[in-house]
Design a protein around this ligand. Structure first.
Ligand SMILES: [Zn+2]
Length: 144
């Protein structure tokens, strides 16, 4: 069926989007880590489906489109990319909010999220902070 093809196309698109999004260390060089805590709700308000915490590191992709956990949900998901872009742009460390799945069937799933962002100190980028440490003086064996 067409829906199946659309789903495959969407998967390909997701992979492309992920690569297009680039690495966190390139997109947000000041960010040293992002933690997203999500509580999933399905259908009935107040019924918690599951909770999930996801950690992002500078070497990871700057792609924050979270999968919808609802069975049979096509093309759904929760895109936190604009939220995170906004928070980093403002230099904020925390943010929270609520999103509904943008899948075809309306109102079947939603998440409330809390985001924590940590930054490198002193405005150094991820690249700069990765400089090699001072070389340890190798202890030479004493010749006898
Ligand atoms: Zn969904």
């Amino acid at each position: 069926m067409a829906a199946k093809l659309n789903h495959l196309a969407k998967m390909e698109l997701n992979k492309k989007n992920m690569l297009d999004a680039g690495r966190i260390c390139d997109r947000f060089p000041r960010v040293s880590g992002i933690v997203i805590h999500m509580t999933y709700y399905q259908r009935r308000p107040g019924s918690v489906f599951m909770e999930r915490t996801v950690n992002f590191y500078p070497s990871g992709y700057a792609y924050f489109n979270m999968r919808c956990m609802a069975k049979g949900c096509e093309n759904g998901g929760f895109d936190l990319s604009p939220v995170i872009k906004g928070l980093v742009g403002d230099g904020k460390r925390t943010g929270k909010g609520f999103l509904s799945c943008h899948g075809a069937e309306e109102g079947h799933a939603s998440v409330s999220y809390r985001i924590s962002i940590s930054y490198f100190q002193g405005g150094r980028s991820a690249h700069n902070s990765a400089r090699p440490g001072r070389r340890q003086a190798a202890r030479q064996p004493v010749p006898r």
